[in-house]
Design a protein around this ligand. Structure first.
Ligand code: PLP
Length: 391
């Protein structure tokens, strides 16, 4: 069953009601499922009929979450994983083999960078990084053994945008798998599958949860690729807990209204920050000063919940600013109802070498704000007093 509109699918996609006539979907905390007969057990294991066997393979709460995410992203099938990183790793490990090559945008999440540079090479899978702002270099980077292109847009924390329509055509032309980490935008702001992404990966920990409670991830895509991914996941065990699937499916019910307000607050904050003399640069996809503002408007419904800015005075000023915040939380997470502030150079991207940070635009004074759902006046007041105290 599906509906015309995003909000309705996010709310009305539910596990079938039980004999108890509950209105809210219950939590199925069970490791296994019983067979009505030996014959049914045989048929389930032989994949002749569909149904639950064991929670490492499937569970009603996980299936509900995946069915819902597929409707929102416009994909055929998917699996839920224990974390966003499990989704990134499994989407690569299940589809690639020794000797294969990945092209990845240089601006990827810190742990994704570790997978590409330190983990996949152990099994002979190599990569080439290309810059999100130099699209002409992507086609030139394709080798005979290239199998996948992986990227995030907007990127973290540089908030650069890549043209998904162009990339969808490029990957079709060269028969490559296009894998897009859609964590920053969420399906409410952008649906990469529409532009030809074969795989859409998520850290559900961020805006999908939206309240900083659980870790989770998802891999969505076409049936054939998900079949290979499901085989890999079923036997290697990165399954999401049904409890987290239950939390996240309920979170999705409010994703649209939350994203509307996250984006409204973020644009208001970014516009205000641009007027302050203590700040040298503000970046937000829907600010006219963003270098890819037109592209962002074309491919995203709204600008997202993350704003970055550069304090004049660099690292020292940045640290003083963070210590002077009274309300905003100092934490590595993002996509929370609470506004959070991070210093990428010393926190999320500290494992990168200095020149790697430079290459993805992480300067010493860069501050990343994930704008929450508190009243925007209070968010602006806290950030303003912290800027005044740090300069
Ligand atoms: C947080 C994040 C991840 C990793 O997700 P976890 O749920 O923390 O494992 C991957 N990609 C992006 C863009 C992220 O922000």
């Amino acid at each position: 069953m599906s509906y015309e509109n995003f909000e309705t699918n996010a709310i009305r996609t539910q596990v079938e009601q039980t004999e108890f006539r509950e209105h809210s979907v219950p939590l199925y905390l069970t490791s296994s499922f019983t067979f009505e007969s030996a014959e049914q057990g045989r048929a389930l294991f032989a994949d002749e009929i569909a149904g639950n066997i064991y929670t490492r393979f499937s569970n009603p709460n996980n299936s509900e979450l995946i069915e819902k995410l597929c409707l929102l992203e416009g994909t055929e099938d998917g699996i839920a994983t224990a974390s966003g990183m499990a989704a990134m790793f499994v989407s690569m490990a299940a589809l690639l083999q020794s000797g294969d090559h990945i092209i990845a945008s240089r601006s990827v999440f810190g742990s994704t960078h570790q997978i590409l540079t330190m983990i996949l090479p152990k099994w002979g899978i190599s990569h080439t990084y290309v810059d999100i702002t130099e699209p002409e270099k992507w086609e030139a980077a394709i080798q005979p053994n290239t199998k996948m292109i992986f990227l995030e847009t907007p990127s973290n924390p540089a908030l650069d945008i890549i043209d998904l329509e162009w990339l969808g055509k490029l990957t079709k032309k060269h028969k490559l798998i296009l894998n897009v980490d859609n964590c920053f935008a969420t399906p409410y702001l952008q649906t990469p599958a529409k532009y030809g992404a074969d795989i859409v990966t998520h850290s559900a920990t961020k805006f999908i949860d939206g309240q900083g409670r659980t870790i989770g991830g998802a891999i969505l895509g076409n049936k054939d690729l998900i079949k290979q991914i499901r085989f890999f996941a079923r036997h290697t065990g990165p399954a999401m807990s049904p409890f987290n699937a239950w939390v996240l499916s309920k979170s999705l019910e409010t994703l649209a209204v939350r994203m509307e307000r996250h984006c409204q607050n973020a644009l208001e904050l970014a516009t205000y920050l641009e007027t302050l003399p203590q700040i040298s640069k503000v970046k937000y996809p829907f600010l006219p000063s963003h270098p890819q503002h037109d592209l962002a408007k074309r491919q995203m419904r709204l600008g997202g919940g993350v704003v970055t800015f550069e304090l004049k005075g660099g690292l020292e000023q940045g640290k003083k600013f963070l210590d002077a915040l009274k309300m905003c939380s100092l934490t590595a997470n993002l996509g929370d109802v609470r506004t959070t502030a991070t210093h990428p150079a010393s926190m999320t991207h500290s494992k990168l070498k200095e020149e790697e940070r430079q290459a993805v635009g992480i300067t010493a004074g860069l501050v990343r704000i994930s704008v929450g759902l508190e009243n925007i006046k209070d968010i602006i007041a806290d950030i303003t007093q912290a800027i005044q105290h740090s300069s």
